[in-house]
Design a protein. Structure first.
Length: 423
């Protein structure tokens, strides 16, 4: 399915540091650290790892004075490493105090994430509407965004929804002749919270094109329903993500099921895959999953794609499985270098096939492919480049030789950046 078939929803263009969201800009991948932000070394290291993996925005928790004080130091260290990924500050209950008391933190961040259900808004609405917002946490945070020219994500979550709003909407619903079910009203409350908060931010002076909205839930069908409605009711840039998606395959499948439907409908300007990592596991997995969702849908290209067969009774040897895994790992490890050096290499496709049934045919359809011998087949592995057979590999060093051929193909095929001739 090509990206040309998907008509993107029109949305305001929002600048987050150097990264553009919405308005037809490519859908942006983002992620979030799970380190203690006060630990400058650990947080800097993880932000850098996420950026190297392809996260174009990285969110960090800012929940304590120590964390707020660490933010400018993290920014400085990243800059010294040549890592200019924009940082997003994740604020909840005390964000208004931290942004006020730590102006260097407020300046170092590219965007503030505000959850209206947790920001501790002053309930004296008459006073606020009368033009006295000085005691209101939400107003204080918006004022900081205006003062330092930052964008804001107003992120509403199912688990931290403003209960006074929910109760009011439930009461209104109960008086209807045909009341809606509780789940439908709760969805409507999510959307109302996001839109009302965005409207209020604009009333306080924040520019329309400085606002990103999200309404995150943990169930696939709820997320699809909420974002379909939200997308029809506004033109704000939208952040997609299934919150608390879970671990391993469950989290990956659930996130893919929800986001693929919305992305296919043109909804979404930035995505985050919220995976619970395995103990000691890399946080970068969520970045890879986000990239692969966008790439398999034809919306963006991040790294060469590996086509590999699932294996069957013809492929009792695990050679092709090991080679497919090795090649995929090699391509991803090389991408930080190739991305800086070559134009277009992320669109390359590589086939690693296990037997003669589909091997040669699939290999011919990719940029470069290898068809390994299946059970009982001649111990030879033909290699195809741009549809033509170029060599047959044999022996114990097939993996090493094929990797070398891939590297040579990249260097020969793709244009070096800032150069007009191929090498």
């Amino acid at each position: 399915m090509g990206a040309s078939i998907i008509k993107r929803r029109p949305a305001q263009r929002v600048l987050v540091g150097r990264v553009m969201l919405g308005g037809g800009a490519p859908i942006v991948v983002q992620s979030m650290t799970n380190t203690d932000t006060a630990d400058v070394e650990a947080t800097t290291r993880q932000v850098h790892e996420l950026a190297e993996a392809g996260s174009e925005l990285v969110r960090i928790t800012v929940n304590t004075p120590e964390a707020a004080a660490a933010v400018p130091r993290i920014r400085e260290r990243l800059d010294s490493m040549g890592c200019d990924v924009p940082l997003i500050g994740d604020f909840h209950y005390n964000g208004h105090r931290l942004l006020t008391e730590f102006p260097d933190c407020a300046k170092a961040l590219a965007k503030y994430r505000i959850n209206p259900g947790n920001v501790g808004r002053n309930r004296q609405s008459e006073k606020l509407l009368a033009g006295h917002p000085e005691d209101d946490p939400f107003s204080i945070m918006i004022a900081a965004a205006i003062r330092y020219d930052k964008s804001v994500r107003i992120g509403v979550n199912w688990g931290s929804l403003d209960q006074s709003l929910v109760v009011r909407m439930m009461d209104e619903n109960s008086r209807q002749a045909e009341p809606k079910d509780v789940r439908e009203v709760t969805r409507a409350a999510l959307i109302a919270s996001a839109l009302q908060s965005a409207q209020r931010a604009e009333q306080l002076g924040l520019a329309h094109n400085r606002i990103v909205l999200s309404c995150k839930v943990s169930e696939v069908q709820d997320l699809i329903a909420v974002y379909r409605t939200l997308a029809m009711q506004c033109d704000y840039a939208l952040h997609l993500g299934l919150t608390e998606a879970g671990m391993g395959s469950k989290g990956i499948v659930a996130s893919t099921a929800a986001l693929a439907v919305l992305l296919q409908e043109g909804i979404g300007d930035t995505i985050r895959i919220s995976l619970t990592p395995e103990p000691g596991g890399s946080r970068t997995q969520e970045v890879v999953v986000a990239q692969e969702i966008l790439q398999t849908m034809g919306l963006r290209a991040f790294a060469p794609m590996v086509v590999a067969c699932p294996g069957c009774g013809r492929t009792t040897s695990i050679l092709f499985q090991e080679l497919a895994q090795s090649i995929q790992a090699h391509l991803r490890s090389q991408m930080p270098v190739w991305r800086e050096r070559y134009d277009g290499v992320e669109e390359m496709t590589v086939a690693v096939m296990g037997c003669v049934v589909n091997g040669p045919g699939e290999s011919k359809l990719t940029n470069i492919g290898i068809s390994l011998p299946g059970t009982g087949e001649s111990p030879a592995a033909p290699v195809y480049i741009d549809g033509e057979k170029v060599v047959t590999l044999r022996g114990d060093n097939i993996a090493t030789e094929f990797t070398r051929i891939v590297d040579e193909y990249v260097a020969r095929k793709y244009v070096r950046r800032n150069e007009s001739e191929k090498v």
